[in-house]
Design a protein around this ligand. Structure first.
Ligand code: KIV
Ligand code: NA
Length: 266
């Protein structure tokens, strides 16, 4: 089967909701791929995979290694890859070089970058040169040092107007999808109505044209999860129990047993 394409996803505006999850490894990509429209290699891998304190230290090399793994593990979903902090903000030219490298070295079909009006020129530069871009406004985790934390955005009129004008600027610049993160429902609704491309919410209500979650959060693997995450499983407990049972059996010499032992044929 051919992968979902940018034009096909854009047609879903106002129609069937777009299903997106993050993925960082080949095997997880294989498991998620049949159920998703878009697999996002998020720079959330900084915290989720590498135990970093934020997404700020994430490198191009990390994104490329995990991006290539996710592409190898999938064949149906469109794979998009986050541009890491510092790889695109300087100039449209810098952004093009980084985005082209991410796509060439991973096989991903699109990139995502954070920021509103300030990134519009860059988004126009990339999209007019063959690089599909997903925008990301509202709570933008790479700006944690400016925002002072991860609280939801749009609590007052000034913040609300800024998010709406950012959403419009990013969409007008040619973004084919727009992630709205950590915003009040009313803003998500207004932004979804105001832009021509589908919006993808994370902590942004059901008013969006699609949803995304961090895979480790929704599986109950990551220890701290924001309020907007629904846990669809409790893998942390299951992994702990499996490790506990294994440890007890090894210590009791109850594993391995006959079934797992190689012996010469007699
Ligand atoms: O890095 C990430 O996982 C993301 C999504 C949560 C949108 O940017
Ligand atoms: Na991200």
């Amino acid at each position: 089967m051919r992968r979902l394409t940018v034009p096909k996803l854009m047609e879903q505006k106002g129609g069937e909701p777009i299903v997106m999850l993050t993925a960082y490894t080949a095997r997880m990509a294989q498991l998620l791929d049949p159920h998703c429209d878009v697999l996002l290699v998020g720079d959330s891998l900084g915290q989720v995979i590498y135990g970093l304190p934020s997404t700020v230290p994430v490198t191009m090399e990390m994104m490329i290694a995990h991006g290539a793994a996710v592409v190898r593990g999938s064949y149906h979903s469109l794979v998009a890859i986050d541009m890491p902090f510092g790889s695109y903000e300087e100039s449209p030219e810098q952004a093009f070089r980084s985005a082209a490298r991410l796509m060439k070295e991973t096989g991903a079909a699109a990139v995502k970058l954070e920021g509103g009006a300030a990134m519009a020129e860059t988004i126009r530069f990339l999209t007019s040169r063959g690089i599909p871009v997903i925008g990301h406004v509202g709570l933008t985790p790479q700006a944690v040092n400016m925002l002072g934390g991860y609280r939801a955005r749009g609590r007052d009129d000034a913040e609300r107007d800024k998010i709406l004008s950012d959403a419009k600027a990013v969409a007008d610049a040619g973004a084919f999808l727009l992630v709205l993160e950590g915003v009040m429902e009313e803003i998500a609704d207004a932004a979804t109505k105001a832009v021509g491309c589908p919006t993808i919410g994370i902590g942004a209500s059901a008013a969006c044209d699609g949803q995304v979650l961090v895979i480790d959060d929704m599986l109950g693997l990551f220890e701290r999860v924001p309020r907007f995450v629904k846990r669809y499983d409790d893998l942390a407990t299951r992994v702990s129990k499996a490790a506990e049972t294994y440890a007890a059996e090894v210590r009791a010499r109850a594993f391995p047993t006959e079934e797992q032992i190689y012996r010469p044929k007699t």
